[in-house]
Design a protein around this ligand. Sequence first.
Ligand SMILES: [Fe+2]
Ligand SMILES: [Fe+2]
Length: 191
Amino acid sequence: MKTDNRILIEIRNSFTEDATNKTGLIEIIEKHHSYLEDCVAVLTDAETSNEDKQAYLYQFLHILHMHAKAEEETLYLSLMAAETKDARLEGAVGQDEHNIIYQLASELKDMDFNLAWSEEVEAKAKVLAIIVQTHLEEEEQDMFPLVKKYFTSSELKELANEYLTKCEDYLHYEMLTPGQYSAHPYAPLLR
Ligand SMILES: [Fe+2]
Ligand SMILES: [Fe+2]
């Protein structure tokens, strides 16, 4: 497999900058969404080579896991504890969609896509990419306006710090060598 950690390294390098600049929560999340969308574009493109799709899928699953877990443990938790039903529902819908995404990601891992690329892998990667795309669009169109409406600026600042710290932790463990990685409890996506 063509080894390419370029996007992961770029994301890792952006954490310090975001912490120093006190970038807002939604802005940071939308930036991480845009990395995922770049992967979606590759995985749904009929013209892209198998080798490139394989390299992007590897990074896609890592970014996905980092972003989804950090998002759940900060933003979704706060939404699900909100006083209004629309906010609670958005959090619960998001979590249910993440669970479907994890299931597909886990099936791809079990297919050993790193070792052998097949049409079955390509098909499942495309389904995952389309579901992720829809999920990101829903968050940006429906969830984030509610977040801006209900959360105070100090709550948003705190969530941004927590989200960034969790992303740093998750990505760190995602980027360890497979041996170290599998020994860690965060290891759901790669062996
Ligand atoms: Fe999400
Ligand atoms: Fe998201």
